[in-house]
Design a protein. Sequence first.
Length: 266
Amino acid sequence: MKTSGRVLAAKVNSIKEEALFAVRSDNLPIWCPGCGYFGIHQGLNQAIQQLGLPRHEVVVVSGIGCAGRYPFFSNTYGLHTVHGRTLPVATGVKLANPKLTVFAVGGDGDGLAIGGGHLPHIARRNFDVNYLLFDNSIYGLTKGQPSPSSPTGFKTKASPSGSFEAPLNASLLALAHGASFVARLFAGDPNGIADALMEGIRHPGYAIFHLLSTCLTFDKQFKTWENLKKWVHPLSANYDPTDYKAAMAHVLEDDFSTGILYRRDG
Ligand code: SF4
Ligand code: MG
């Protein structure tokens, strides 16, 4: 066997031993090869597995977009719902059966545009849903239009002269809405995602995970892997996630720090 074949066989064996496929469905994700969403998928699978959550007590609710396909790739209960309505549906699921661990999953278009009106209300109710906002700053499924988190001047086929709108910052919005748990994470760091998810899942209230990701197929200028790897950095060791005002000031200054930005107990 050639070296590359041996490396692959060893990797497959280690995956089997760690049972990393236990939470995956038999449908392998059909995202573009190299899409950031694979890292998020791995992080969430890992968190569910490490916490030992029974799969029949986990529900993943998605909207529309590339992230909307998520429930097909998870061996848990799942609902692929309508555009921008992940949070109300997830709220209904949790209300109907509070024993369930509920994840709402969606992209920046789904969550910040058509679904943006739901963001303040789930935060102020502090409702115990875990929201994973996949933020690649582009509409990927519809082949690359600027989204609410695209930077001003962002050029796509749909905005050849550059987008003229100012971007929304999902972490800043979550803090402004009073979310009791806010984490910002990098799709290229599945272990970091898993660690923060485990903490957020245990948090007794609303938890939002702002996931910096890439759409390598349609974005060649902003959130590329190359740029994200340069820009993303962990929060400093002396950062205090319980200090709300400091969290707001930090997020206003820094768009790419990762870790738990804010946590409020009670
Ligand atoms: Fe990922 Fe973009 Fe492909 Fe969608 S279009 S799967 S976001 S790389
Ligand atoms: Mg997007």
